[in-house]
Design a protein around this ligand. Structure first.
Ligand SMILES: Cc1cc2nc3c(=O)[nH]c(=O)nc-3n(C[C@H](O)[C@H](O)[C@H](O)COP(=O)(O)OP(=O)(O)OC[C@H]3O[C@@H](n4cnc5c(N)ncnc54)[C@H](O)[C@@H]3O)c2cc1C
Length: 404
């Protein structure tokens, strides 16, 4: 809802009784402009009020790691750009180029500071593959533009999936217990009016990304891995004998293989896709809130059968809800939807406005009895054709692109 606020500027617009000089006229124009801007000030949305009432600290670089209202507005701007585009929303920057000839015979070779078997770009899930490769005896570096740390918001996962990380040598079983903040069973899958299925041990662990990434980071370093934090991937040059990474800060690293783990908004993906508009998008919003008395089970997926109007669109909403490890009364609730990006598609903030209306009914609580600890949101672009590896025209197998 948009409200126009009336603002009292008493005393500002008293007209002078004598002839107006040029200076007076200019002042008047400035005052009028201030007044008209003030009159169109938009009242803060419920989302803004809630988010600005929470102190945000420890935001992380990865998906779902930012909780501030400013970060929400930034993501909504990106999302609006995607929605309003026709098929291509901007020419992508050429991040990866194929260079004829040998790196070892180029001028660049002298400038390279270090050589690795593999360089992993992007640290959230990147540190896991980097550690697995280090376990195989390879010399690996991870380049992360922020400080490499996990987000506060827990990851929901099954123990079976974590055991795969133990099998590949990334974790030991003790690490799973250390990083597990909550366990809950049974887990519901339900569609309103169509019945429910209750399962056990599916996405029934809440793992602390802060702890898990800290553990893996230590293991990686102890195995000889190198982490370059606060370094941004700028360019990748594929020579016939090496894949060379240039960092925005000026460093040059060479390797046999570069792995792209820079997430959904990776500049490499943008180039591969030629900035093509995604075919579909999953939008997710949610909160972690305190005050849930019935908080022992989870919803892996729950959907109401009817579509809801959000903004100018009709959307099918799905829910997930899990106990959170921070307190027995804390619960995370996600609301998500799948849509084709169109100019009329709802913004994340509009979805959050719907979330505050619908979540209490879905969870059987009153918003007044909840303390909102964190507001979370994200965008997952999807394409009909899936990519896993990136091939340049000259040299194949130099870059892998990973998707979670
Ligand atoms: C609200 C929300 C809830 C979620 N919940 C779960 C969950 O419960 N379980 C689950 O498994 N998944 C969940 N996800 C999915 C989430 O996408 C993954 O958990 C995980 O964050 C994906 O990791 P990633 O490394 O692929 O990408 P990202 O998390 O996006 O990490 C990419 C990394 O690359 C870095 N980077 C980007 N560009 C550059 C550059 N130019 N140079 C250097 N570094 C760069 C970024 O700083 C970042 O650290 C959730 C997502 C959201 C938004």
């Amino acid at each position: 809802m948009v409200l126009l606020q009336q603002i009292n500027f008493s005393g500002v617009f008293q007209c002078p009784s004598v002839n107006l000089t040029l200076v007076h006229r200019r002042r008047m124009r400035v005052h009028r402009s201030i007044c008209s801007q003030a009159q169109t000030t938009i009242a803060p949305s419920r989302t803004q009020r809630i988010m600005e009432g929470i102190s945000v600290n420890g935001e992380a670089g990865g998906a779902g790691g930012a909780y501030s209202y400013e970060a929400l507005k930034r993501l909504d701007k990106i999302w609006s750009g995607i929605c309003s585009a026709q098929t291509v929303f901007q020419e992508p920057r050429q991040v990866v180029s194929s260079i004829p000839g040998l790196f070892s015979r180029s001028d660049m070779d002298e400038k390279a500071v270090d050589t690795y078997d593999v360089i992993v770009c992007g640290g959230t899930l990147g540190i896991f593959i980097a550690t697995a490769l280090t376990c195989k005896g390879l010399r690996v570096a991870v380049v992360e533009r922020n400080i490499l740390k996990g987000r506060e918001q827990e990851w929901n996962i099954s123990r079976k999936e974590l055991l795969e990380l133990v099998e590949s040598g990334i974790l030991v079983e003790d690490d799973i217990d250390q990083a597990t903040a909550s366990k809950f069973n049974p887990n519901r899958c339900g569609f309103e009016g169509k019945g429910e299925i209750w399962v056990e041990d599916i996405l029934n662990l809440g793992v602390s990304p802060v702890k898990l990434i800290e553990i893996v980071k230590k293991r990686f370093i102890s195995l000889g891995g190198v982490i370059l934090e606060g370094h941004c991937v700028s360019n990748i040059c594929i020579y016939e004998d090496a894949a060379v990474l240039q960092l925005a800060e000026g460093k040059i690293l060479s390797s046999n293989l570069i792995v792209d783990a820079m997430g959904n908004f990776s500049p490499v993906v943008k180039q591969i896709r030629r900035s093509r508009k995604p075919d579909g998008v999953c939008l997710v919003v949610g909160s972690c809130a305190r005050g849930f008395k019935n908080n022992s089970t989870s919803d892996v997926i729950y959907s109401s059968s009817s579509v809801k109007k959000v903004g100018d669109s009709e959307v099918q909403l799905f829910w997930e809800a899990f106990p959170s490890g921070s307190n027995p009364l804390d619960r995370t609730t996600y609301m998500f939807t799948y849509l084709d990006p169109q100019p009329e598609s709802p913004k994340l903030e509009e979805l959050l406005e719907a979330f505050w209306d619908l979540m209490p009914e879905y969870q059987g609580v009153s918003l007044d009895n909840l303390e909102i600890l964190r507001v979370v949101y994200g965008i997952f672009p999807t394409y009909r054709d899936r990519w896993f590896m990136f091939y340049t025209s000259k040299a194949s197998n130099w870059i892998w692109h990973l998707r979670n």
